[in-house]
Design a protein. Structure first.
Length: 984
């Protein structure tokens, strides 16, 4: 939760201050979800979404589909425009603007490819565009994933642009390396506007262009308006009107015309909306509520005029039903009596008439001539499946930052109020929009110039920011003067702080969080346990072994003894403050974040010649820092137990595992080696060296669990059935294998009991991602295991090869846990039904992911991991894996890019990664929901919030990194409110 001046600094003020967003312009660059293919358009060749066999990583594939021949010269070309959406290619782009991009590519053959950009200045995608070069150009395609980073600058008339990946060959220049069917793979694409020159006082033409907002105004009512859906009053004939709706997320006009007329009087805004409809109008719904979206609908949006809502939404369908909302789970009342709406249907069109009182938008302070409000109108055509919008939006009708502006009655009065400049003279909506745009551009230029006097800038950044190098986050454009963060009791609170070097030379800084003293303070915050606070710094580390120049901030070791940080020019370094509020009393804990540049001129002068009385003059900055521990107590245990299919190799590793929610410890089936007699049958009471080593691991974990007050379960995998067969040499002796397998199950049960672990606390993963052809043997192995011990708990891990639901149902009577990969099993209704049926029987359902790339999205892959389990009401989350073990724990760390491990090891010391922190944040998020759930009984509003919250994070706003923060803070408000009510 951002609060105080930090919150103000981080927000974009709608009028007079423009948010400099560097959001990725490629929404599906990591090919997540069903919409992944919509942003890619070919100009020759074939594009597809491809799943790699070994890692099941989804990526793009560009394929040669034909070879042309002319005059004996063979040529082929395959081009994919990255950023295309439907029939209109490219994302919104600014003219004469530099964009940075990053893309991973690997090849199936040793050929060449190139990276350029395509810029469009008109609507015809074939004739109204030109290609521009990038700093990468052509390159030899490598067999392993390789990152290519570069820039391109758009042409002077650019409206839209796309990154362009191309394979082109001609026998005129040598033999063809590619044949039909060959291709290249690409993944993890990012394109952002380049804003790295923060330290320069930018001229208006050099600073990023400001988005131009659409504008409209109301006319003044001369008579009474009767809300009947007819629009037959004389005022409607004279009312200012606007049209030219766009398809949602595109620059193409909507297929059917929509016209919005606007009026106002002393108390209300009136809207008359006419919707041309060449198809049949869907007009059946007369009741209020979400059912109206079964009809054709019009949605009217207003931006917030106060902090009590995200927006104000008024919806009417062609059948007359209405809906009212605030864009989030606001506590404001839904009052259908407070506003009016009627609809009517005619031949070839339908229309709606609405009266919206000013008091529905703000309690006071809005309604005078010249007042303005963010505004948009959107439309759904049910039969045509078309969504359109008056103001251009990217993905959602709730993008308040992209709304237009509605002025009451007088554009000139509005411009004066917004700019503070008297004497405005604009003739129409277009002139008003241009004047407002010019003012916004000047404000942005001034913002750049304000940074020019700084040598460094400091700002908190999100846990899931883009930490790729060069790291220069947008938040440093609004350096903070004060930081306030919040936490609950029993929370592990991470606070990443970016420190930008705005000079032209590398600089070293000392960064300290200390109590407030005259010259120096003490470590940490006043009254906060110093042993429960750690300062870490992010280390630049390669994220690809094929491209050592591709770096990102990921390892988070503790800061060095001098607490110093080196930052390259025009980049930012990262300091990570980590607070453990376990057992800490609610209250405010204060100190200062002190930044001392070690290379700048400074003075330490005596005051009136006194030796001990000194004055500092220099660039050191003290930023007041407050940690507010709220009166909310989170569970110490995770809501969804985590597992990484691994055990800890020392106590520090164990502590880091339980801190991230691990309660399920992995044990290898290869070590459960019982002796056998001369017939090859297992001696259940016998021991071997391997078995004793396994027992020592379990005993040690049980001791650590008692020390830290946690309860553990154990996962014995992978593929215990196959491992058992290989250990005892039974792979090619199927009948003997069937005989000994139940013996092994029974012996394992006895041994685990001797270690104090009952059958309820461990599960045996019999098969890991079994091939469909193995199903008969799989089923038989489960039946035999259950015959060996009725109490044994068996687990199956199912991967990318989706097992048919009928086969899963056949296994269900013999399976106690299912671990299901990614989201494949959670998108199919028949599988979801089986999952729910199994959970009702007491069967545990877990979800797991296997992220082997350090570039996986922090927001989607890591923070939302626990949210995914919460949304699907699962019993646990698994991830492969906690620490890389190739050659032994820590052996590969620092030498090569991690292959899934989220911690780093040096000697006996473990340290987290930023990926670890993002995963931990998601675990903490859902703890807030659990805290609210304990209080929500008997409160329908809180229960409804809890029902909707996971879907909002995972589904509705799964693309928005900020949604988990928003939803968590809404949960906090409920908790504090309900606690206060019980205290009374």
């Amino acid at each position: 939760m951002m609060s105080g001046r930090w919150m103000i600094a981080a927000m974009a003020v709608l009028f007079g201050c423009v948010h400099l967003s560097s959001a990725n312009l490629i929404h599906n660059g990591s090919f997540d979800g069903e919409a992944a293919a919509q942003e890619f358009r070919t100009n020759g060749g074939k594009f597809s979404v491809h799943t790699e066999e070994l890692t099941w990583n989804k990526c793009g594939r560009l394929e040669i589909d034909r070879v042309g021949e002319k005059d004996g010269v063979k040529t082929h070309s395959a081009v994919v425009w990255i950023g295309s959406n439907g029939t209109v290619p490219g994302f919104d782009a600014k003219p004469n603007t530099t964009y940075r991009f990053s893309i991973e590519v690997r090849g199936e053959v040793a050929g060449r490819a190139s990276l350029s950009a395509r810029c469009w200045y008109g609507d015809n995608i074939w004739t109204d565009g030109r290609s521009v070069s990038t700093s990468v150009g052509g390159f030899k395609v490598q067999s392993g994933w390789t990152v290519y980073k570069g820039t391109f600058t758009t042409s002077p008339d650019t409206k839209r642009a796309a990154l362009q990946l191309q394979i082109w060959e001609s026998t005129q220049y040598g033999p063809l390396a590619y044949k039909v069917g060959d291709g290249i793979l690409f993944d993890n694409i990012e394109v952002v506007e380049d804003k790295r020159d923060l330290g320069m006082a930018a001229a208006a033409s050099d600073s990023p262009a400001v988005r131009k907002r659409r504008a409209g105004r109301t006319g003044r009512c001369q008579g009474a308006i009767v809300i009947d859906g007819q629009l037959d009053e004389a005022d409607w004939q004279q009312a200012p009107a606007t049209t030219d709706f766009l398809a949602l997320g595109k620059d193409t006009p909507a297929a059917a015309s929509t016209t919005v007329a606007m009026l106002s009087d002393a108390e209300n805004i009136y809207l008359g909306i006419r919707c041309q409809e060449p198809d049949k109008v869907a007009a059946q719904q007369t009741a209020n509520g979400t059912v109206i979206w079964r009809d054709d609908v019009i949605e009217v949006f207003f931006g917030p005029l106060s902090s009590d809502r995200q927006l104000s939404q008024f919806v009417i369908c062609a059948g007359g039903g209405r809906y009212q909302g605030y864009g989030n789970e606001s506590t404001l009342p839904v009052d259908y009596a407070a506003w009016e709406g009627r609809a009517s249907v005619s031949d070839g069109f339908w229309q709606a008439e609405l009266r919206i009182p000013f008091r529905c938008l703000a309690q006071t302070g809005f309604g005078a001539d010249g007042d303005t409000i963010p505004f948009n109108v959107s439309r759904q055509r049910r039969a045509a499946k078309e969504l359109s919008t008056w103001s251009r939006l990217r993905e959602s009708f709730h993008e308040v930052e992209n709304f237009g502006v509605l002025a009451l009655v007088d554009f000139n009065a509005a411009l004066t109020k917004l700019t503070g400049q008297a004497g405005a003279d604009v003739a129409d909506a277009e002139a008003f929009a241009q004047a407002l745009h010019d003012y916004d551009q000047k404000q942005q230029q001034a913002r750049y110039e304000r940074l020019a006097s700084r040598k460094f800038a400091v700002a908190p950044v999100p846990v899931t920011a883009n930490f790729a190098i060069p790291f220069i986050p947008e938040e440093v454009f609004s350096p903070v003067d004060e930081i306030t963060v919040t936490a609950a009791v029993n929370e592990l609170k991470g606070v990443p702080i970016a420190l930008a070097n705005l000079t032209d030379l590398p600089a070293e800084y000392q960064v300290i969080l200390e109590t407030k003293g005259r010259y120096n303070g003490s470590w940490g915050l006043e009254g906060f346990p110093p042993e429960q606070f750690v300062m870490r710094q992010a280390v630049r580390f390669k994220d690809s072994d094929d491209d050592p120049g591709s770096l990102r901030l990921d390892p988070l070791p503790k800061m060095n003894q001098a607490s110093t940080l080196m930052v390259l020019p025009k980049e930012a370094g990262l300091v990570w403050l980590d607070f453990d509020t376990t057992g800490v009393a609610p209250g405010s804990y204060e100190g200062r974040l002190r930044i001392i540049p070690l290379s700048e001129v400074a003075k330490w002068e005596s005051i009136k010649g006194a030796y001990w009385n000194r004055k500092y003059t220099g660039d050191m900055q003290d930023i007041p820092f407050t940690l507010v521990v709220r009166n909310i107590v989170l569970d110490r245990d995770p809501i969804l137990p985590m597992g990484f299919f691994q055990a800890a190799d020392n106590e520090l590793c164990f502590k880091m595992m339980i801190d991230i929610g691990v309660r399920n410890i992995g044990l290898s089936p290869w070590s459960f080696q019982f002796p056998v007699d001369d017939k090859g049958d297992i001696i259940p009471d016998g021991v071997t060296e391997k078995l004793q080593q396994q027992g020592a691991i379990v005993t040690q974990h049980e001791e650590w669990a008692r020390k830290y007050g946690v309860s553990l379960t154990y996962f014995i995998g992978f593929s215990a059935y196959d491992a058992f067969g290989q250990v005892y040499g039974l792979t090619r002796k199927p009948e003997k294998k069937k005989q000994v397998w139940p013996q092994w199950i029974k012996a394992l049960e006895g041994y685990m009991r001797s270690l104090g672990v009952a059958p309820e606390r461990y599960v045996i993963e019999t098969w890991d991602e079994p091939h469909p052809d193995k199903f008969p043997e799989l089923l038989e192995s489960h039946q035999l295991a259950k015959a060996g011990s009725s109490r044994v708990r068996l687990s199956l891990t199912l991967g990318a090869h989706i097992m048919p639901v009928d086969k899963m149902a056949s296994l269900a009577p013999y399976t106690d846990e299912w671990t299901l990969w990614s989201d494949g099993y959670f998108q199919r209704p028949e599988h979801l039904q089986l999952i729910r049926e199994q959970q009702q029987r007491g069967v545990l359902i877990r979800h797991y992911t296997c992220d082997t790339s350090m570039r996986s999205s922090l927001a989607r892959r890591y923070r939302r991991n626990n949210w995914f389990g919460e949304y699907h009401r699962l019993d646990g989350n698994e991830m492969f894996h906690f620490a890389d073990t190739y050659g032994g724990r820590g052996a590969s760390d620092w030498k090569v890019t991690t292959r899934g491990g989220i911690v780093y090891k040096l000697f006996d010391e473990y340290m987290p990664s930023i990926r670890y922190m993002a995963l931990r944040q998601g675990m903490t998020d859902v703890k807030y929901l659990a805290a609210l759930r304990k209080l929500a009984a008997g409160n329908p509003e809180a229960q409804a919030f809890l029902e909707a919250a996971p879907r909002r994070v995972v589904v509705d706003f799964g693309h928005d990194p900020a949604t988990p923060d928003i939803v968590r803070e809404e949960a906090v408000e409920f908790i504090l409110k309900l606690q206060a009510g019980k205290a009374k």
